[in-house]
Design a protein around this ligand. Sequence first.
Ligand code: APR
Ligand code: PHB
Length: 389
Amino acid sequence: MNTKVVIIGGGPSGLLLSKLLSSKGIDNIVLEKQSKKHVIGRVRAGVLENGTIEMLRLAGVSQRLDKEGFMHDGVFLSFKNHGFRIDLKKLTNKNVTVYGQTEVTKDLYDAIEKSNGIIFNNAKEVIPHEINSKNPFVTFKYNGLEKKISCDFVVGCDGYHGISRKIIPKEVITTYERVYPFGWLGILSETPPVSEELIYANHGNGFALASMRNKNLSRYYIQTDLKDDIENWNDKKFWEELKKRLPSDAADRIITGPSIEKSIAPLRSFVCEPMNWKSLYLVGDAAHIVPPTGAKGLNLAVSDVFYLYNAMKEFYLSGNKDSLNKYSQKALSRVWKATRFSWWMTTTFHKFPEQSSFDQHIQDSELEYLENSIASQTVLAENYVGLPF
Ligand code: APR
Ligand code: PHB
């Protein structure tokens, strides 16, 4: 087989890039190691920046999102059991849209299938070869058969655990990492969300977040010990702990119900530099991970896609490789800013194991300052709605 671009990984990054390249007649093939059912069954965050929405519109996959997404003009923060609102719209003239990443992924699959794009699901042992040469190719196993695709470029959209980043020689790549000493226990429940807008809560017992998917589907998280076993958290215990951590007016009106999904996720900041090597380009989680506080993961993946799609478009139109050569530098500049913001949100809202009363006072004063300073609120709002691409 032959194509222009082989995309390894069919998560949101790989699918969006594929759809955009196809719309410009740039042939590409997506190789995804999991089944479609598995990919669209994963529960992830659900806050989309306006820039992300514009990219989904450009790809022609925004019909359902435009109908079903919830526009949020503000966000609530709380500390010492008391909440206050950041008016995103007033401060930035922008808002965010709540629409699950799972739905974005489904919409992308549907659109690619309708336009006869090529996705190999259950592609096993995917390996890029000869990246350092003029004739790169990718091999994989499909239904037990060995396959080979020759191409111009390989794009690694295969997440943190994927193969792509690992083939870059060690002397070329530098990685930066912070692993946080706690996790998030998240549940989905078929109950009306407690608040029309999200609530991020700092509490002496640890962080909590009230989010949503739709009018009758809530998404809640609480910070837990990383060693904690999900079996220790029956629904009753979860709701009790969540109520303690949310501001009391929200806790009083929360409607509880059985969880339909429950899992614990670790938190990590990770950046790899550069984001390309020879004919290989890394996009999304393959190159960087942010902790979910602030919901930047998918939005960052989409800004990477923006830079790479435009650079490839330019290359195939004019043969000019300048933008491709600048891809890593451009993408990383935005990645580091979102990495800083996600780290700041995480540090400001979570309880660290070694946290002293001094540290708690610093967090409290940071949040008190935020509540009372328009300058501080503007910094949060500008980052939360997303920095320009
Ligand atoms: N071969 C083929 N596919 C692979 C391989 C491999 N060796 N390794 C991983 N994959 C696939 C995974 O199965 C997954 O479907 O790559 C895909 C990567 O998808 P995501 O992990 O969702 O990463 P990405 O598409 O970059 O999405 C952006 O940012 O913070 C996050 O939650 C956010 O998942 C979202 C991400
Ligand atoms: C979610 O709805 O899952 C969500 C929302 C905001 C975050 C993280 C996750 O910061």
